[in-house]
Design a protein around this ligand. Structure first.
Ligand code: HEC
Ligand code: HEC
Ligand code: HEC
Length: 432
């Protein structure tokens, strides 16, 4: 054979081998990380969706961070991490019979698909409860429980003087510790639970009331208390419910429930305040001739977050203070309340009003400072800010001295070596 064509032939053959080896090596190198990173991406998306599902469906009973509320058990419980996947799946899908835990699967009349239920199980077993709590807050779904209050000492003493006074006192204290967050001050009801201190409830039999209190009402916020309270305590509470008209009003005051905040919610609150409130209340809430100061000690005295939220939601009828409840979501109003509450620590004793904005532009310089910026550069308009959180980023792992890299380098070196030696020997033959 012609040695020249032999040389070309072997060069082409070896070149092709090298290409195949390189391609194969490249594929081997990437495939496992590609699979792992794709799986990680899917898990991140599922956990992200699950946090929103949790906020919308479960937080109201199982708590902000899965810590459990009242008699409803915690889900951030290590025992659930090791429990078989299917068992948790079943509990969520079908609920727990004769408890407040409802069935969630479409098959059992609930709102969630099997896929969504699986996502929730993943959250319970692999999720981050702190991040979940932030999601709940950012969506404005933080449960206003479990918040407690202290009975008024003077009135509590008066209760002791009534017949069965000791029993009533026990019940008042239990109610202040466990029930007031939902059933409200003096048992007069809240937006989430009915009044117990009223004729309708007094008309019910002790048996009926005891059953509700002991086992809860399926599918409602009313959990069963038999695990938490003794039968004597339950019976004391029933006595209180039936004799509430003897107990002076004010004995069980409203709890002061601080609205939870996150960095994101404060930033949103600041932005919403700048765009909606500062023109009347001043850029830093100092007040203007149009509207009173909010950034002053006297404003905060005796005002709970709930009270501030109520004022903003409903406005002040007959004044310039608008009703915001129909223009903003509850989450947005709570974000503003969280932002305003921050001022309390530094609020002055006496307000120094600023001129209303809309005057000469140089007077408004301070407005700009409260604007949130993206990387400190671009102003972020309220509407485009990603407020509800984000999917966790792709956490691809790449190790530099992986065995696959070593193998690839080996194959390449071997082919290069063969190529060179073949070429040299062909050259030698050519010379001869
Ligand atoms: C109306 C209140 C309520 C809501 C809403 C609720 N749960 Fe429950 N959940 C309960 C109660 C009460 C129990 C305890 C049942 C029992 O005594 O066995 C429970 C039990 C559980 C358990 C078993 C815990 C354990 O330790 O065995 C899981 C898991 C669970 N819930 C998940 C969820 C998920 C996920 C959601 C949202 C889709 C949800 N729950 C919504 C009230 C609720
Ligand atoms: C997480 C919120 C929550 C907590 C805490 C709570 N309840 Fe309830 N409770 C409810 C809701 C909601 C209902 C209405 C259930 C329904 O619609 O069937 C209810 C109903 C009741 C009823 C039945 C009222 C009626 O007219 O039939 C009684 C009695 C009662 N609760 C007592 C208590 C007592 C006592 C405590 C404290 C040990 C307590 N609850 C704690 C939410 C709560
Ligand atoms: C058009 C002007 C105007 C705008 C805009 C406005 N307010 Fe007001 N606001 C008022 C006036 C006037 C009052 C005083 C009402 C009164 O006389 O009790 C008030 C009262 C209040 C109070 C109660 C103060 C107190 O001492 O009890 C709060 C809280 C409040 N505003 C918050 C807000 C927030 C938050 C926003 C933005 C979402 C806002 N306001 C936007 C005019 C305004």
């Amino acid at each position: 054979m012609n040695p020249k064509s032999h040389l070309i032939e072997s060069l082409i053959g070896l070149g092709a081998t090298m290409l195949i080896a390189a391609g194969l090596g490249w594929y081997m190198l990437n495939e496992p990380t590609r699979i792992v990173s794709a799986q990680e991406d899917v898990l991140a998306v599922q956990l992200d969706e699950a946090m929103t599902l949790y906020a919308e469906n479960c937080a109201v009973c199982h708590g902000l961070n899965g810590e459990g509320i009242g008699a409803t058990p915690a889900l951030n419980n290590p025992a659930l991490v090791t429990m078989p996947f299917e068992e948790i799946q079943k509990t969520i899908a079908r609920g727990r019979y004769q408890t407040a835990m409802p069935a969630w699967s479409l098959l059992d009349g609930g709102p969630l698909s099997d896929y969504q239920i699986d996502e929730l199980v993943l959250l319970i077993q692999y999720g981050d409860w702190t991040e979940t709590g932030d999601r709940v807050v950012n969506l404005g779904l933080a449960p206003l429980v479990p918040f407690t209050t202290e009975a008024d000492p003077a009135l509590l003493e008066q209760v002791g003087a009534l017949s069965d006074g000791a029993t009533l006192q026990t019940a008042v204290q239990l109610f202040a510790a466990s029930c007031v967050s939902c059933h409200g001050a003096d048992g007069l009801g809240t937006s989430i639970a009915p009044a117990l201190n009223d004729e309708d409830t007094r008309a019910k039999t002790a048996d009926e009331l005891t059953r509700t209190l002991t086992y809860g009402n399926t599918g409602t916020l009313m959990a069963g208390w038999s695990n938490t309270l003794t039968p004597e305590e339950i019976s004391a509470l029933i006595t209180l419910i039936q004799r509430w008209q003897d107990v002076p009003l004010g004995t069980i005051p409203a709890p002061n429930v601080p609205i939870p905040t996150t960095e994101e919610s404060i930033a949103l609150g600041s932005q919403l305040f700048t765009t909606n409130c500062s023109r009347c209340h001043g850029p830093e809430g100092q007040g203007t001739p149009r509207a009173p100061s909010l950034n002053v000690q006297s404003f905060f005295v005796d005002k709970t977050d709930q009270a501030i939220q109520q004022i903003i939601t409903n406005g002040v009828p007959g004044t310039a203070m608008p009703t915001w409840g129909d223009r903003m979501t509850e989450a947005e109003i709570q974000a503003i309340v969280g932002f305003i509450r921050q001022w309390e620590a530094t609020a002055p004793e006496v307000a120094t009003l600023t001129r209303p904005s809309g005057g000469p532009p140089w007077r408004n310089n301070s407005t700009a400072t409260t604007q949130t910026t993206l990387f400190g550069l671009l102003p972020v308009p309220a509407t485009t800010q990603n407020f509800t959180g984000h999917a966790a980023g792709n956490t691809q792992t790449s190790t530099l001295l992986d065995w696959r890299i070593l193998l690839l380098i080996g194959i390449l070196l071997a082919s290069a070596f063969t190529l060179i030696s073949k070429g040299l020997s062909s050259l030698a033959r050519l010379k001869r």
